[in-house]
Design a binder for this molecule. Structure first.
Ligand SMILES: [Zn+2]
Length: 739
C-alpha cells in the first residue's frame, strides 16, 4: 500500500515527477532524430540490401523459390522456455498461408505423431512442390501429455482406421476397451485432431457427431470441456421442444469450412432417431456411437437411422465384449465398414453357414475343418478394425493392492449351533432322501451362511423352533436379545470389530464394508452405532442423483464418514469409492464376478493409497467350500453360478453332503486341500513363485498360519481374537519412482 506523504514532502514529489517528464521528452526527440538521418545504419545487424541483390549466385527462379521457402519454413521459436502459445493456438510468427507446416512440433519430447510424411532428401526438396507436400499430423500437446501409453496407441489405431490407412477403402473401427481405460478421452483426442489437422495442412473434417445413451450426453459434454475448455464448443442436445431441437440441428448441419463454431454434436440415440430428417441432409466428417452394442441388430430403427447418416468415418464404442454371435459381428462391422464382409446374404453364405455347419454335432471332419478355416478368416478380417484392451493394463498405474483371504474361527456358540443344525433330523432327511437337490436344501445353505456371519441372523428361526433349529435356543446365553450386536458371538464379527478399531485408531483410512445379506448390513449398522463410527449405507431405493451425492461426499477425505456399506447383490456396479483404501468382503458369493466387482470399488483409477482387501471366510465351514468352488470356477472360466437358485443345477447330492460337513480340526480347509508343499508344519518355507500375483491361484499366494508372516500391521492386530489362517498376496511390486 502506498504510504501517504506528509504535506512538506508533497511538493518535492511533484517536482521530481516533473523533471522525469522533461527527460522523457528529450529522449523521444533524440530517437526521432536518429531515424530521420538517411544512409546511416544505427544497427549493426542491418546490412544494405544491395549485397544480396548484386549476388550472381542465384540459380533459376523455381529453385530459388524453394530455397527461400526452405529458409522460411524453419518454425519460429519463441525464446521463452516451455512457451505453449496463446489459448487460440496461433503461435507467433506462424505464417498462415504459403509454406505448409504441421500445427504442432513433431520432434518435441512426447509428441504423438499420427502421420509422418515421406522424408525428402535435400535434392528432392528442391524439386518437389512444397506447397503440396504433406505435413505431419501431431496431437495437440495439451492432450498428448495426459494420454497414457495404451491411449496413445488407441488414438493412433483409430486415426489409421478413419483415414483408410488400416484397411484400404474402409474408414471405420470398433473401440472395445474395457471400462476405465479412457475411451472418451481417446475419442476426444481423435476428434480434436481431425477437426484441426490433416496431412493436407487443413482440417480433415469440419464436424463430428457423438451418439450416446441419453444418460451419457452430459458426460460427453463435460469431458470435452474438461480437456479442451474454451477451445472447442460442443453442442449437447438431450432435451427441448421438437422445433427448438430441429432449429439447432439445422444450424449444426449447415456449418461448413475450416473452423466451424460448434463442430461437435452430442445427441442421444432417441433424439437422433426422431430428427433424422434434418440430420440426413448434408455431410458429417465422423460419427461416434457410444455403447455401440445397441447396434447389434441391423434390423432395428436406430441402426437404420444411423446407417442413413452421410458420414464416411464411423467409430463404434463398446465396453462389453462382442458376443460370440456371428450375426452380431456382422451388424457391428457392417455399420462401421459397410461392405467389408459383403452383404448380409453374402456373409451368410460365405461365413455363417460353413461355420455353423462345422459346429454341428454330426459334422464330418471336412465340415469341421472348413468351419474352422472360415472362422479364422473371419477373425482375421474383423481383428483389423477392432481394438480391445482389458483393465489389467491399469495395474501399473495403480498403487499396490494387498489382497488377504482371512480364515476366521467359529466361536463355540457358532460351532454348537452349526453341528446341531447339520446333524438335525431335517437336514438328515434332506440328504438321505436320495433325490434331487430341492428348494429346502437351498434354504439350509442360506441358514448356514447366515450362521457363519452371526448367530443373531438365525435367532428368529431358533425362537420359532423351525426345522433344523429345534432346541437351539437353549444354547444362546440367558437373556439374549437382538437389540445390541455382540461381536463376541461370531468369529468373523470379532475380527471385523478389531480391524475397524485398529484402522480408526491408527490411520485416517476409510473402509468399504460389503455383504451379500441386507440383514448382515443391519448388524454392521448396529456395530457402527455402538462404536460411534460414522457410516453411509447405499440403499437400492436411492435415486441416481442422491447416490452420486452420497458417493462424492464419502470420497472427500475431509468428510467424517468412516464406513461405506454396500450389498454385493444391490449392484454398486461402476460405483467409484476411491475415498476408501480398505475393503472388507464379509462373506463369499457363489459368483466370483460379483466379488471381483465389489473389490474393484476402491482399487481403481484415481486411488493414491495402498489398498487392503480383506475377504473373511469362516474356517472349515460351508463358506470355505463356496470359496473353493469360486476359485474353481475362475480357473475354468466357464459358466458361473449367478445365484443360489442355480446351485441345484451345479451340485450333486454328494456335493451337498460335503457342503454341509463342518471341519473342526483345521486352520484352513482350503489350504489342506492344496496338499501344499511350500509349507512345512504350518510354516511357509518357500515363497510364492516370483511371477505370481493376486490373480494367481490361491495355492501360489503367501500362506500364513500365524501372524508373523503378515505384511499388514492392521491384520496382525486382529489375529489373536479369531484368525486361524491367512492367504495373502500383492497385485504387483511397487514401481520405482522414475525421476
Ligand atoms: Zn502353504
Amino acid at each position: 500500500m502506498r504510504r501517504s506523504l506528509a504535506p512538506s514532502q508533497r511538493g518535492q514529489d511533484i517536482q521530481k515527477r516533473k523533471s522525469d517528464g522533461e527527460f522523457d521528452q528529450k529522449r523521444r526527440k533524440n530517437a526521432v532524430d536518429e531515424e530521420a538521418k538517411p544512409g546511416q545504419f544505427s544497427s549493426p545487424y542491418r546490412k544494405p540490401l544491395t549485397d544480396i541483390i548484386n549476388s550472381s549466385l542465384c540459380l533459376d527462379a523455381s529453385s530459388h523459390e524453394a530455397f527461400i521457402k526452405k529458409i522460411l519454413s524453419k518454425p519460429f521459436k519463441v525464446p521463452i522456455p516451455n512457451y505453449k502459445g496463446s489459448s487460440l493456438n496461433r503461435a507467433l510468427g506462424v505464417r498462415r498461408q504459403g509454406v505448409r507446416q504441421p500445427l504442432h512440433d513433431p520432434y518435441e519430447d512426447g509428441a504423438l505423431v499420427l502421420f509422418t510424411p515421406q522424408e525428402l532428401s535435400a535434392h528432392e526438396q528442391l524439386k518437389v512442390d512444397l506447397e503440396k507436400h504433406p505435413v505431419h499430423v501431431v496431437v495437440d500437446p495439451l492432450l498428448s501429455k495426459v494420454l497414457r501409453p495404451h491411449q496413445r496407441e488407441g488414438v493412433k489405431f483409430m486415426y489409421d482406421c478413419v483415414t483408410g490407412q488400416q484397411i484400404e477403402d474402409n474408414y471405420g473401427c470398433i473401440m472395445a476397451d474395457e471400462m476405465g481405460l479412457g475411451k472418451t478421452l481417446q475419442c476426444i483426442t481423435l476428434m480434436w485432431t481431425l477437426l484441426r489437422q490433416s496431412p493436407d495442412c487443413c482440417p480433415l473434417i469440419d464436424k463430428a457427431i457423438v451418439v450416446s445413451p441419453s444418460s451419457l450426453v452430459k458426460n460427453w459434454y463435460n469431458e470435452i470441456s474438461k480437456w479442451l475448455g474454451q477451445k472447442l464448443n460442443a453442442l449437447a442436445i438431450d432435451s427441448g421442444s421438437k422445433e427448438e431441437i430441429d432449429r439447432n440441428l439445422v444450424h449444426f448441419m449447415r456449418q461448413q469450412g475450416r473452423r466451424t463454431p460448434s463442430p461437435i454434436l452430442i445427441i442421444s440415440y432417441e433424439t437422433f432417431r426422431l430428427h433424422i430428417g434434418v440430420l440426413h441432409k448434408g455431410n458429417v466428417g465422423l460419427v461416434i456411437c457410444d455403447e455401440g452394442h445397441r447396434l447389434k441388430n441391423s434390423e432395428n430403427q436406430t441402426y437404420q437411422a444411423l446407417c442413413g447418416l452421410n458420414a464416411k468415418r464411423r467409430i463404434l464404442l463398446s465396453g462389453t465384449p462382442i458376443q460370440n454371435d456371428l450375426l452380431e459381428y456382422f451388424s457391428l462391422i457392417h455399420f462401421v465398414n459397410r461392405g467389408m464382409l459383403g452383404t448380409a446374404q453374402e456373409f451368410k453364405r460365405k461365413f455363417e453357414l460353413p461355420i455353423l455347419r462345422g459346429r454341428d454335432a454330426d459334422a464330418t471332419d471336412g465340415d469341421h475343418k472348413k468351419g474352422q478355416e472360415k472362422l479364422q478368416e473371419l477373425v482375421g478380417i474383423v481383428n483389423k478394425c477392432i481394438i480391445r484392451r482389458t483393465q489389467a493394463l491399469l495395474t501399473r498405474y495403480l498403487p499396490v493392492k494387498i489382497e488377504q483371504v482371512v480364515c476366521c474361527n467359529l466361536t463355540p456358540l457358532q460351532k454348537t449351533l452349526y453341528q446341531l443344525f447339520v446333524q438335525s433330523k431335517a437336514v438328515e432327511c434332506q440328504l438321505a432322501a436320495n433325490q434331487k437337490v430341492s428348494a429346502s436344501s437351498l434354504s439350509f445353505i442360506t441358514q448356514l451362511k447366515k450362521l457363519c456371519n452371526h448367530p443373531d441372523l438365525i435367532y428368529d428361526k431358533c425362537l420359532s423352533n423351525e426345522a433344523g433349529f429345534e432346541g437351539a435356543l437353549d444354547y444362546f446365553p440367558p437373556g439374549h436379545n437382538n437389540r445390541l450386536v455382540k461381536p463376541e458371538y461370531s468369529g468373523k464379527f470379532l475380527v471385523l470389530d478389531c480391524l475397524l478399531a485398529m484402522i480408526k485408531a491408527t490411520t485416517d483410512d476409510k473402509v468399504v464394508l460389503v455383504s451379500n445379506y441386507t440383514q448382515t448390513l443391519d448388524l454392521f449398522e448396529k456395530l457402527c452405532r455402538q462404536r460411534g463410527y460414522i457410516f453411509v449405507r447405499l440403499d437400492g431405493t436411492m435415486t441416481i442423483k442422491k447416490r452420486a451425492k452420497v458417493v462424492e461426499n464419502f470420497n472427500n477425505p475431509c468428510s467424517p464418514e468412516f464406513i461405506f456399506m454396500l450389498s454385493s447383490k444391490a449392484g454398486g456396479c461402476g460405483l467409484n469409492l476411491i475415498g476408501a483404501n480398505r475393503l472388507v468382503m464379509f462373506d463369499p458369493d457363489w459368483n466370483p464376478a460379483n466379488d471381483e466387482q465389489a473389490m474393484a470399488r476402491c482399487w481403481r483409477d484415481g486411488q493414491k493409497k495402498e489398498c487392503y482387501i480383506y475377504r473373511l471366510i469362516a474356517t472349515g465351514t460351508i463358506e470355505e467350500k463356496i470359496f473353493q468352488r469360486q476359485a474353481h470356477k475362475k480357473a475354468l472360466s466357464s459358466c458361473v453360478v449367478d445365484n443360489e437358485e442355480d446351485v441345484e443345477r451345479h451340485f450333486s447330492l454328494g456335493d451337498l453332503k460335503e457342503l454341509f460337513k463342518l471341519n473342526e480340526d483345521t486352520k484352513s480347509d482350503t489350504h489342506d486341500k492344496f496338499k501344499c508343499r511350500r509349507c512345512v508344519n504350518n510354516i511357509q518355507v518357500k515363497p510364492p513363485p516370483p511371477d505370481s500375483d493376486c490373480n494367481s491361484d490361491l495355492s501360489q499366494w503367501c500362506h500364513s498360519a500365524d501372524k508373523k508372516g503378515l505384511v499388514d500391521i492392521i491384520l496382525k492386530g486382529a489375529w489373536d481374537p479369531g484368525i486361524s489362517f491367512v492367504f495373502h498376496h500383492r497385485s504387483h511390486e511397487k514401481q520405482k519412482e522414475t525421476v
